[in-house]
Every structure is written in C-alpha cells, then in structure tokens.
Design a protein around this ligand. Structure first.
Ligand code: HEM
Length: 256
C-alpha cells in the first residue's frame, strides 16, 4: 500500500520523501569512484608496452595468476573484466536518471549552463556526453575482454589494434574515458567534500588544476601506448595471429 501511495503521490504514507534518490546517488558515486580508480591503474597497465613487449607480456601473465598458478589462467582476467563490466552497467544505469531526455529539457540545461557561465556546470555536460559515448565504445571493448581474455599480449593486442581496426575505437575511447574519469573524480571530491573542507575555494582551485594535469598526463600516456601498439601491429601484420614468445622460452623452443 505504501508503495502505491509513493508511486502515485511521490511521498511516503507518513508524508516524508523517499530516501531512495539519495541512496541511488551514493551508489552512483561509489561505482564511479571504483571505475575511476580502476581506469588510473588500467592506463598504467596498458602502457607497459612503452617499456617493451617483454614487460607487457610479463604483466599480462601476472594478471593471469603466474605468481601463484603453475599455468597462467586467462579466465581470471575474464572474471575481473565481467565484474568491471557489471559495475560499468550499474554506474551507467544510475547515471541515466539525470540525463536530459526531451528536447525541452536539453534546451533548458544548455541555456542554463550558458547563462551561468559556470565551468563546473559545463563539466557536468561533458560528463553526460562522454558517458553516453562510452555506453557504446566501452561496451565493445569490455565484451572483447570478457569473451576473449586469452587474446591479450604484446602481439595479440597489437594485432587487434592494427589489423582488426580496434585502434580507431580506442582512439575515441581514450578521449572519452580520460575526460569522463578525471572530471568525474574531480566532481566527486567537490560533491562529498574530501580534500576541500578547510578552505573550499582554494581546495576547488587545487583540485581543478590536478584534474587538468591528470587529463593531459593520461591522454599523453594512453595515446603514446596506442601509437606503440599500432606500430607493433603494423610490423606484425604478415604474422597476424602468432603469439609473442618470451625471451625465457625462446631457448626452450616453446610458443605462447
Ligand atoms: C577488467 C577490465 C578490462 C581489461 C582486462 C582491459 C584490458 C585492456 C587491454 C589488454 C588493452 C590493450 C589493447 C587490447 O588488448 O585490446 C586495453 C586498452 C584500452 N582499454 Fe581496457 N580493459 C578493461 C576495462 C576497460 C574499461 C572499463 C575502459 C573504459 C571504459 C577501458 C578503456 C580502454 C582504453 C581507452 C584502451 C586503449 C588504451 C591505450 O591504448 O593505452 N578498458 N584494455
């Protein structure tokens, strides 16, 4: 009965407002924080290719459990990717509540933002636009990681980027994810007040500088890594599909 009253009148039967919007907002922030921190780690991991093929190979095997398993197991990466994908979907679902759906709502938001001339409001619009693009770009990448986790490695990743044309998708995804994650983390510090309590104005200025610095740094890192995978993939095209053989196995004659 109380559900019915709230459903029709927007208030609970005791006259108070539901706490559900606040609960959903908190979960949007928590899932966003997990994804934002994950992306920072992820950008460093994929950039291991800048240190060479052997470094990227060793790191891939570490994620497959080489430290504690006799044989590395790509399924571990597939499971991690599935968990990240579920968090990604929950986060997107929660964020959708705030999208302007109708033309009128969009127009009001745009006019309001232009009238205010307030960078943080503009940044919210950047969040909405990059988040929308990631529904498609992020899902394509994540599904690949869930479905074929064994196809990660210096040559496998480079083949995907160059010969399978994923490089174009990643070039767009890098811009979207770096902006979305760094603006999102900045907005979280402002929304929940971490690091800005003592002097909010100075805190906002400092956090905004950190945000721009992080955007430049992670863009440079990710595009340099993408360029490196691209070059490796181009050189490796005649041998498309052949996997990288680590130095330690060359003498033993094994193949990975
Ligand atoms: C556990 C989940 C994930 C795994 C295992 C994973 C793995 C990888 C790997 C191995 C690459 C190198 C290219 C390739 O092999 O195709 C890559 C690139 C990339 N991934 Fe992910 N990824 C995951 C989640 C995500 C998420 C959630 C996003 C953002 C929505 C993302 C964005 C990107 C971008 C932008 C690149 C290109 C980066 C670059 O070239 O430096 N990834 N990822």
């Amino acid at each position: 009965m109380s559900d019915l009253i709230e459903g029709y009148l927007g208030k609970r039967d005791d006259g108070t407002k539901s706490r559900m919007p606040a609960v959903l907002d908190r979960w949007q922030s928590i899932t966003g924080l997990i994804l934002g921190l994950f992306i920072i780690g992820h950008m460093f991991f994929t950039s291991s290719i800048l240190l060479g093929k052997e470094a990227m190979y060793t790191e891939t095997k570490l994620f497959e459990g080489s430290l504690f398993l006799d044989e590395p197991e790509p399924l571990l990466v597939g499971i991690a990717a599935s968990i990240i994908f579920i968090i990604f979907i929950i986060h997107a679902g929660l964020a959708m509540r705030k999208f302007p759906y109708k033309y009128r709502e969009y127009k009001m938001l745009k006019t309001h933002s232009a009238h205010l001339g307030h960078l943080d409001t503009t940044l919210w619009m950047v969040q909405a636009a990059t988040g929308f693009a990631m529904f498609f770009l992020g899902s394509a990448h994540l599904w690949m990681m869930v479905a074929e986790p064994e196809k990660i490695g210096p040559y496998a990743s480079a083949d995907r980027i160059y010969t399978d044309n994923f490089g174009f998708l990643y070039a767009l995804l890098i811009a979207m994810v770096v902006l979305h994650a760094m603006v999102g983390l900045y907005r979280l510090t402002m929304k929940w007040g971490f690091t800005v309590r003592k002097d909010p104005r100075a805190g906002r200025r400092r956090n905004k500088r950190l945000m721009w610095g992080a955007i430049v740094f992670f863009s440079l890192l990710a595009y340099s890594a993408l360029g490196t995978y691209w070059e490796i993939g181009k050189a490796h095209q005649p041998d498309y599909g052949k996997r990288y053989i680590p130095q330690s196995q060359i003498s033993a004659g094994g193949e990975q």
